[in-house]
Design a protein around this ligand. Structure first.
Ligand code: GLC
Length: 415
């Protein structure tokens, strides 16, 4: 751990701003827009080359039911999520918020500020609020030509900065600004450093992602879980099927077990997990997503303590379990329950006690320099989709499989 006194003021401020975010570990991503009317992925406009004038007609069918964000926020809370990030404008260019830079926005097409509704819903469930905002814009006339035409770039940057200012001014305190796709300009072209200075002036506590082309506060591995090097914050964003926006025919749903395992891996490696829902045009959440999140939530009710505020964990290797750590407590998350007796190899830290969560029944165990072996466990998995043991260790647990490979006696003596 780096001594706080050696940190710059900027680094100290980042630690202060990001404390809640690191503890939260789990958030909800929401992709919602005109593409939800089509129901064929949020890239439909470009992938099917739908002409702008035709795409604009979708506004006539985009008239959500009353206050759907309340359902999302309740669902997020039930699932154990601590924050939400909603698309305020995706690549299609349609704004869910009130803006005086364009008429192509929900308040002017359906008479409602859907971002205001979202903020209210999230806050009333005690969840932190994030705004996703796409820099790439397939609707704005300058959205592509800004790369070649300096006058267009100036107009477009004015538009983008102006909207970001509106978002940071009109909705109270914001917790996260989540930029997306910075095509076709570089960070210089977008004037990202200046834009983010403005954001921080308006929202001193805000956390900003890396997709405006400057690193800012955190990295955003997408559809995969890859830890950043130590000291750099990261959040893996993932879908539950293969689409971010509502995709009616996409049935490639992950199982609740897969999602819980992903969350555990993020928490193990010091990252966050931002899990997406793609509401339908009326705002309702696809039934399968609700079912999955309810299962995740039941698990989090019992085992959330092993996830929230988890610290990076050196122990990673097993073919049936994964791990998280808090202080000197190691949590063994078993997703393929092996039965009454099994072991974790390579644990190089003394174990003082072992308990089976959530109730904490003591578990019999023995340990030598190569492994810790558990005995007298239930034959069947005590819980679904993942069962958890808590190991109190003498110090921060470490694992060294090489030590096992190199040093385990190569003879037939029974140990
Ligand atoms: C990509 C996609 C986009 C999605 C985003 C989420 O950049 O273009 O549709 O919103 O990832 O991370």
């Amino acid at each position: 751990m780096v001594e706080e006194k050696n940190l710059t003021l900027e680094e100290q401020d980042r630690i202060r701003r990001m404390k809640w975010w690191h503890e939260a570990r789990f958030g909800m991503f929401i992709h919602w827009g005109l593409y939800s009317v089509i129901g064929r992925h949020e890239w439909a406009m470009e992938m099917e080359a739908i002409p702008v004038a035709r795409y604009e007609q979708l506004t006539k069918q985009f008239s959500p039911k009353p206050f759907p964000a309340r359902e999302w926020a309740k669902l997020a809370k039930r699932a154990g999520m601590k924050y939400m990030v909603m698309t305020t404008k995706h690549h299609e260019g349609f704004c869910l918020f009130d803006t005086h830079y364009t008429d192509y926005c929900a308040p002017k097409t359906c008479g409602r500020d859907l971002v205001a509704e979202y903020v209210k819903a999230a806050r009333s469930e005690g969840l932190r609020v994030g705004f996703y905002y796409s820099l790439m814009d397939w609707h704005h006339p300058d959205g592509a030509r800004c790369a070649e035409d300096e006058a267009a770039r100036k107009r477009f940057v004015n538009y983008i900065h102006g909207q970001v200012r509106e978002l940071c001014t009109n909705y109270g305190k914001l917790d996260i600004l989540w930029y997306d796709v910075n095509w076709p300009l570089s960070a210089e072209g977008w004037e990202s450093a200046k834009m983010n200075r403005m954001v921080r002036e308006l929202q001193p506590d805000i956390i900003i992602n890396n997709r405006s082309g400057v690193p800012e506060d955190f990295s955003t591995p997408e559809q995969h879980i890859t830890a950043e090097s130590a000291g750099r914050a990261w959040e893996a964003c993932m879908t539950m099927n293969e689409s971010w926006g509502y995709h009616q025919a996409d049935d490639a749903w992950k199982t609740p077990k897969q999602i819980i395992r992903n969350l555990i891996t993020c928490a193990r490696d010091g990252g966050n997990y931002l899990l997406n829902i793609g509401p339908k045009a009326d705002g309702s959440v696809p039934e399968e997503s609700v079912r999955i999140l309810n299962t995740v939530g039941k698990w989090m009710d019992k085992y959330g303590e092993t996830i929230y505020a988890a610290e990076p964990c050196d122990v990673k290797r097993s073919v049936f379990a994964n791990f998280t750590r808090k202080g000197t407590t190691l949590y063994v998350h078993v997703h393929f329950w092996p039965g009454e007796e099994w072991a974790i190899g390579g644990l190089r830290t003394g174990v003082k006690s072992v308990r089976l969560l959530p109730r904490g029944e003591p578990v019999e165990f023995e340990q030598n320099e190569f492994r810790v072996r558990f005995k007298g466990l239930p034959a069947e998995a005590p819980d679904e989709p993942v069962s958890v043991l808590a190991l109190e260790c003498e110090s921060v647990p470490t694992q060294d499989m090489m030590f096992v490979r190199k040093n385990m006696p190569r003879n037939s003596q029974l140990r």
